[in-house]
Design a protein around this ligand. Structure first.
Ligand code: AN0
Ligand code: CP
Length: 315
């Protein structure tokens, strides 16, 4: 694997999930692989899990890590080509990415969608500019349209907790007052469509995700119907893709409650975190044994380790 930008960079998904599960059993088995290699983690946005789990995974593989918050610790970075740089950005990505590539053997990038211009966001400009100019492998730490390290951790978690050969997995939209990116939901769809699961997506009208991510998944606007007999409920808020970046409703009836979980087949609740309690999901659900959110976040370490291991094999 040379880059990890999306599922397209994965040749054998079953093997990658197994590699994550193996890393969980034997975290330090590949300590020599990353010796004298450095990973740079570049954040354009906040993070708790991605920041810590990716550093931890790199360290488990014997790598050194460097972390930088763009715009706070560094100069603001211009992404556009051929522009007169008379605005607030002091440095161009052409130099910045190339320079970071001199110090690092692998670079992780977090750059969320701006949610102002759909075409720009879906062109993945930041990720692609780093890929173009860094000269070293790039790992997606959540880009404008995808969060593949999260999706891999989700796949690992589903493997660990499934009790049926082909579980029913439901992605449900959750209410929130702030416009959030579609990236986690997009990626989850992309990866679930590649797994042997019964996959259902449920959301209010107007929250349809981009067709290239939804694929052939069953889409329902009735959340209760979607929850019936489910083995896993995966909650996430996202802003509208059609009316790009807008919050069309905050309908509190879409919050996940214990009553709704009772419609499932003793289903488990999943969320990538951070989650706003009693806005998106009740305390009762999050604090119940049905919630997998902590296990899921724990698996971020093993998903990052599986991916870094594949990349280290090629450098
Ligand atoms: C981000 C999002 O929705 O994409 C990150 C999730 C991992 N969440 C927030 O901004 C709250
Ligand atoms: N789930 C996740 O990516 O969390 P952070 O935004 O805290 O990294």
């Amino acid at each position: 694997m040379t880059n990890f930008l999306s599922l397209n960079d994965v040749t054998d998904l079953d093997a990658l999930i197994q590699s994550g599960l193996d890393a969980k059993q034997h975290p330090f088995a590949d300590q020599q692989l990353g010796r004298n290699k450095t990973m740079g983690l570049i954040f354009f946005n906040s993070s708790l899990r991605t920041r810590l789990s990716t550093q931890k995974a790199a360290q488990n593989l014997g790598m050194q890590t460097m972390v930088m918050n763009v715009g706070q610790d560094s100069w603001g970075l211009e992404m556009e080509e051929g522009i007169v740089m008379n605005g607030d950005k002091a440095e161009h990505v052409k130099e910045a990415a190339a320079v970071i590539g001199k110090y690092c053997d692998v670079i992780g990038i977090r750059a969320f969608a701006g949610l102002q211009d759909r075409e720009k966001d879906y062109a993945e400009i930041v990720l692609n500019q780093f890929k173009k100019y860094a000269g070293v492998p790039i790992v997606n730490l959540e880009s404008a349209t995808r969060h593949p390290l999260q999706s891999l951790a989700d796949c690992i978690t589903l493997e660990e907790f499934k009790v049926k050969r082909r579980p029913k997995v439901v992605l449900t939209w959750l209410p929130h007052f702030k416009p959030l990116p579609q990236a986690v939901a997009n990626s989850f769809c992309e990866w679930m469509n590649a797994r042997d699961v019964e996959f259902v997506v449920t959301h209010p009208e107007g929250y349809e995700l981009a067709p290239e991510f939804v694929g052939n998944a069953r889409v329902l606007h009735n959340q209760n119907e979607a929850f019936e007999g489910a083995d896993f409920i995966y909650g996430k808020n996202w802003s509208s893709y059609q009316q790009y970046g807008q919050v069309l409703t905050q309908d509190p009836s879409w919050m996940v409650t214990m009553d709704k979980m009772r419609l499932t087949d003793n289903g488990k609740f999943m969320h990538c975190l951070p989650v706003r309690r009693n806005m998106k999901v009740t305390d009762e659900v999050l604090d119940s044994p049905q919630s997998l959110v902590i296990e899921q976040a724990g698996n971020r370490e093993w998903s990052a380790q599986a991916v870094l291991k594949e990349i280290l094999k090629t450098i």
